[in-house]
Design a protein around this ligand. Sequence first.
Ligand code: NAI
Length: 214
Amino acid sequence: MEHRKISRAVISRLPRYHRYLGDLLEAGVERISSNDLSKKMNVTASQIRQDLNNFGGFGQQGYGYNVKYLYTEIGKILGLNKTHNFIIIGAGNLGQALANYASFEKSGFILKSLFDVNPRLEGMSIRGIQVRMMDELVDFLQNNEIEIAALTIPKSKVVEVADLLVANGIKAIWNFAHMDLDLPKDVIVESVHLSDSLMQLSYNISRRKEAKKK
Ligand code: NAI
């Protein structure tokens, strides 16, 4: 199925649709109306219809959405119908926590190795996945098809490591370090800042307190 260009706002909501539909599928639900999906997801039914209309033909009047079909199609749009090999650079607290999270594999993200400079971590493995030293990185990239590199290293090392990765063919970076990266246009960078989410929470707490005072 050909998809026309979809706005970033819609794309940013797709992972959530995918997650909810996955839960429904697991629960054996075959179809769902936009109203029921809307109640479950706490978004308006019209937002759901508008979002999903972007892809055309998913919903049918009086029938609702076919959960499996919608789940699969959204998965395809998100590129989840293919596997993506990734590595983690920096096997410290965060790198190890990510490596311990097995659910990425369910969505097709396959962790192939972790890399670090700390010799104490040499030979260690997490869920059977080996931690290697940084001097093995270039060889490893040449001999394995790695699409994504997650960066969980100190901020001061990020520019140098990102340049090395890009010079060795990496085109997608999942950046956890609090440093903006200035890389060639064909390199995709997705940055994650847990503290942004925490600040949103803090903002909402403050707002609720203000509202109570009134
Ligand atoms: P950590 O100190 O436990 O781990 C960092 C690891 O990177 C260490 O094992 C260290 O040996 C390794 N390392 C240092 N230089 C390296 C290099 N040039 N190449 C490869 N490995 C190298 O630190 P932690 O807590 O795991 O944090 C890692 C990074 O993630 C930090 O930049 C931190 O600010 C960031 N962070 C970001 C979060 C977010 O929400 N985006 C949340 C938590 C941490």
